[in-house]
Design a protein around this ligand. Structure first.
Ligand code: C2E
Ligand code: MG
Ligand code: MG
Ligand code: MG
Length: 284
């Protein structure tokens, strides 16, 4: 999640606590209840393979349906969960639910890769590989069907620790993506040593690629770097056809963004994939 000041966090806590019948509860207890009351849910945003147009993957994105505030964005509450350490349990729930949904789609003949966002707090738990494997096995999936996203800034904050964990996860067969690439500060040294499969170019760059020459330069060099190192390149935050066409000309592998689709519930996703499939099979 993007940076949030301590003041903003405090305000959100107060707002959420103030509007509920459970005013006596601490904020942490409130979040714990959210888990027990099934107030968290996942939406899925598709990723499209540019070369042939098929929907290759979806990214699972967390939402909190709050009793009085409505649906709260993860950018707001994930920092709070990280602060209290509750992201470990909530993150575990995300993985379990994403795996359950992927297995359900697979049984229905819908074959997709599932991208899951990991928080550094969650990812640095020593038993993280066992926890995620438990969900994969219980749902009869293979690790390679999951792409684990860790942001560039999280990955680079304790790079030796990250390296150790990524190697363990890669060994188990998981696919690894560096998220929000371009917003952190990578050392080339670790870009070479981390077992990376995919770089996701941050939407702040892709989004202004058709308006600003400086953004084009950055996107072009990030893409060249990614391609040269043999990674798959995904551009996030693609909002217009012109942005899409520009990225295609750069040979970006996949795109994700509002131009293709906004994040959606699981039931709508299968209809969306079917519609894209029909469009692709129509003679032009
Ligand atoms: P992210 O992983 O970079 O996910 C992409 C975010 O960009 C999503 O925001 C998505 O809705 C938004 N987005 C996608 N396409 C466009 C576009 O064309 N234009 C614009 N303006 N936005 C677009 P969302 O769902 O609010 O999530 C925000 C961040 O919260 C995520 O950024 C990720 O870092 C974090 N997050 C979400 N779910 C989870 C989770 O389950 N666990 C953890 N640890 N973090 C999560
Ligand atoms: Mg982000
Ligand atoms: Mg992500
Ligand atoms: Mg991102």
């Amino acid at each position: 999640a993007r940076s949030q000041t301590g003041q903003q966090r405090l305000l959100l806590k107060q707002e959420i606590l103030g509007h509920t019948d459970s005013g006596a509860l601490s904020f942490e207890a409130h979040l714990q209840q959210a888990l027990q009351r099934d107030e968290f849910f996942l939406v899925y945003q598709p990723q499209q393979h540019l070369a042939d147009g098929h929907i290759s993957a979806v990214e699972a994105l967390l939402r909190w349906r709050h009793a009085s505030r409505g649906v709260v964005s993860p950018a707001e509450f994930i920092p709070l969960l990280e602060e209290s350490g509750q992201i470990v349990d909530v993150g575990d729930w995300v993985i379990g639910e994403a795996c359950r949904q992927l297995a359900e789609w697979q049984r229905a003949g819908l074959h997709l890769r599932m991208s899951i966002n990991l928080s550094a707090v969650q990812f640095n738990q020593p038993d993280f590989p066992q926890r995620i494997m438990a969900h994969v096995t219980a749902n009869r999936l293979l690790p390679k069907q999951l792409e684990l996203e860790i942001t560039e800034s999280a990955a680079m904050s304790h790079p030796e620790q990250t390296l150790k964990m990524l190697l363990e996860l890669k060994d188990l067969g998981f696919s690894i993506a560096i998220d929000d690439f371009g917003t952190g500060h990578s050392t080339y040294h670790y870009l070479l040593r981390f077992p990376i499969d995919t770089l996701k170019i941050d939407r702040s760059f892709t989004n202004s690629v058709t308006e600003e020459r400086s953004c084009r330069t950055i996107v072009r060099s990030l893409t060249t770097l990614s391609q040269g190192l043999g990674f798959k390149t995904i551009a996030e935050g693609v909002e217009t056809q012109r942005q899409r066409d520009y990225l295609e000309a750069l040979d970006v592998d996949e795109i994700q963004g509002f131009w293709l689709a906004k994040p959606m519930t699981a039931d709508r996703l299968s209809a969306f994939v079917a519609a894209v499939g029909r469009r692709l099979s129509q003679p032009r």
